[in-house]
Ligand binder design. Structure first.
Ligand SMILES: C[S@@+](CC[C@H](N)C(=O)[O-])C[C@H]1O[C@@H](n2cnc3c(N)ncnc32)[C@H](O)[C@@H]1O
Length: 305
């Protein structure tokens, strides 16, 4: 949804932009072009390899200043405050980059065998293997139910715990097979691979994906309040923010935060409903199928300054 994002963010030459999820730099390089010549693009990613790749792509695309921030986007507001250069636009394109999914050694995919890892930041403190091998059955059930919205969470957790008492679980294929066994005959009627929800849940847990999103949304709300009080913050008044989400747990959070900001007069929303990809985009990029784009302008635009 590149065009939709660029239209929503209304990037102008000289703007300061935060790309909270630089990924492979597709959005970043388009934004760098638009902010050229004297803009500033801050790229953030948990994955150092993606971050370096995105930075080099953006560097080639435009002549604006490129800065990188390795870590969670929830940390970026503090850096913007410290540098006393608030952002005019922010993009957060949640989820996984295709290179992460397509590299079996990163352990994100149940379709290709690899180690049970799934860390977006390879220096992160825990892997999926740590979770699977040492969480209690209750904790595994909670993770798989809450983050995967998996109705068979209890059965899957039970299967994992029973198996690991006999043999350690090392690989994505081993875990995917255990989930399939927990599904039993239901696997045949399941629309997606039975392991889809369990893998999503463990990935979310290992990378604290919802914690980071909640943290950023809280800081967005705080920025809205500071702007309403005419006080400086990490966003400029009238900053445009865009969130691309890929499942309901993410979208629900963004939707709720935006609605609360709108009710409090801290943001304007061009639309109450999210934009979704066209059939043509889904045909060329099937992973965009579940994307939802929500945008907001931060600051009470009804009050003349
Ligand atoms: C869908 S990709 C972004 C694609 C990017 N917009 C592009 O055009 O290539 C998501 C990226 O966000 C990163 N990511 C996910 N959660 C993050 C977080 N909390 N903080 C920083 N980066 C995060 C992932 O490592 C991944 O590289």
């Amino acid at each position: 949804m590149l065009d939709e994002v660029l239209t929503a963010l209304e990037i102008r030459p000289g703007d300061t932009i935060l790309d909270g999820t630089a990924g492979r730099g597709g959005h970043a390089s388009a934004m760098a072009r638009l902010a050229t010549p004297d803009g500033r693009l801050i790229l953030c990613d948990l994955d150092p390899e993606n971050l370096a790749y995105a930075a080099s792509r953006a560097q080639k695309a435009g002549s604006c200043r490129i800065e990188t921030l390795h870590g969670s986007f929830a940390r970026a507001p503090r850096d913007l405050v410290a540098s006393e250069a608030p952002a005019d636009a922010m993009l957060v394109d949640l989820g996984v980059a295709s290179t992460q999914i397509d590299t079996p050694e990163r352990g994100f995919s149940f379709l290709a065998d690899g180690p049970l890892d799934m860390r977006m930041d390879p220096s992160g403190p825990i892997t999926v293997r740590d979770l699977v091998m040492s969480s209690s059955s209750d904790e595994l059930t909670r993770i798989i139910r809450e983050f995967g919205e998996e109705p068979l969470a209890g059965r899957i957790a039970g299967k994992i715990v029973a198996h690991r008492q006999k043999t350690p679980i090392h690989t994505t294929a081993e875990l995917a097979n255990l989930v399939r066994e927990a599904y039993g005959a239901r696997a045949a009627s399941s629309r997606n691979h039975p392991a889809t929800r369990t893998f999503q849940a463990l990935r979310i847990a290992v990378n604290d994906e919802l914690g980071a999103l909640d943290g950023l949304l809280r800081q967005l709300m705080d920025a809205g309040r500071l702007i309403a009080d005419s006080r400086p913050t990490w966003l400029n008044p009238g900053a445009r923010v865009a969130f691309l989400t890929f499942h309901s747990l993410e979208d629900r959070r963004v939707k709720r935060a935006f609605a609360e900001m709108k009710r409090a007069g801290l943001a304007e929303l061009p639309s109450r409903t999210p934009a979704v990809p066209t059939e043509a985009e889904i045909a060329t990029n099937p992973r965009s199928r579940s994307a939802k784009l929500r945008v907001a302008t931060v600051g009470d635009l009804r009050v003349p300054s």
